[in-house]
Design a protein around this ligand. Structure first.
Ligand SMILES: C[S@@+](CC[C@H](N)C(=O)[O-])C[C@H]1O[C@@H](n2cnc3c(N)ncnc32)[C@H](O)[C@@H]1O
Length: 264
């Protein structure tokens, strides 16, 4: 990201004033704690959903044998954790997902995990802003004024490009809120939302996900509990959606929405 130190400081101060609860929590859990492993696991300071173990949500998941390719090629803070990767792989496996969509590719580790645990002949479609995108082009976005979590463009999909699982992964470039999701090969059995974390984008990605989800599909959001804006959108959806049952997944920053087929 190209934001200067001064920009980040001003942004941090604005956030501290706007979300005092999150800031206090960050200071207490993140800044003052000495055990960095503990810190990396205390994700939660936002969100109101009950935190439920995956074993309660998907009975039988204990039997799952999950594949985690390149398990340790990850960047703390940008990649999902190994524990979260294990949850995603297990959910793909237990729900027998074949059509999977990921919003926010970064270096492609999660796309690989999903591809490794798909049903036979399955495919992962993963979306990110194009390799040529830079911060100066932010005006071209659907929501140009948001804080953009753009990752280094030379990392985009790096992990799957030469990997044996690459045949099961299709990289698509575009702004997630501008893309026509109907052209991506819907309906999807599993949709993982991990693109721009601003409220406008999470809301747009969630609405698109609902519109392009298979009747018994699953939506997962990353950074629930850790990002106030992600948490707000998911909490509202949990209150208002008749179609999804939404839970926070214990031990992770994932929220899961399970679709019930519409009554005929
Ligand atoms: C947190 S990273 C994704 C991490 C990845 N899912 C993983 O598990 O390793 C967020 C990604 O979303 C991308 N992104 C940000 N805004 C976007 C937008 N409007 N449309 C598509 N992708 C976007 C960023 O470039 C970045 O690579």
């Amino acid at each position: 990201m190209k934001n200067s130190f001064a920009d980040k400081t001003v942004f941090g101060l604005i956030k501290a004033i706007t979300y005092p609860r999150s800031s206090l929590s960050w200071v207490r859990r993140g800044h003052l704690a000495k055990d960095k492993v503990f810190v990396s696991q205390t994700y939660w300071f936002a969100g109101t959903l009950p935190r439920v173990p995956l074993t309660t949500i998907l009975p039988g998941v204990q039997e799952a044998e999950v594949l985690l390719p390149r398990a340790f090629d990850r960047k703390t803070g940008t990649s999902i954790s190994v524990e979260e990767a294990c949850h995603l792989g297990a959910i793909a496996k237990c729900t027998k997902a074949a059509r999977v969509l990921e919003i926010g590719t970064y270096d492609g580790n999660t796309a690989l995990v999903l591809a490794a645990n798909l049903a036979p002949e399955g495919q992962v479609i993963t979306v990110d802003l194009p390799p040529s995108f830079d911060m100066e082009k932010q005006d071209s976005l659907m929501y140009p004024d948001v804080e953009l979590n753009l990752t280094p463009r030379d990392q985009l999909g790096r992990q799957f490009q030469e990997h044996r699982l690459s045949a099961g992964i299709r990289q698509v470039y575009g702004d997630s809120a501008k893309l026509d999701w109907g052209t991506l090969g819907d309906p999807f059995d599993l949709i993982f939302i991990d693109g721009c974390h601003s409220e406008a984008y999470v809301r747009a990605d969630s609405q698109n996900a609902l519109d392009h989800l298979a009747p018994r599909g699953v939506i997962l959001w990353h950074d629930y509990g850790a990002f106030v804006e992600v948490s707000n959108v998911v909490d509202r959806l949990a209150r208002e959606s008749c179609r999804l049952k939404i839970f926070a997944l214990e031990g992770t920053r994932l929220a899961i929405g399970l679709a019930a087929p519409a009554a005929s």
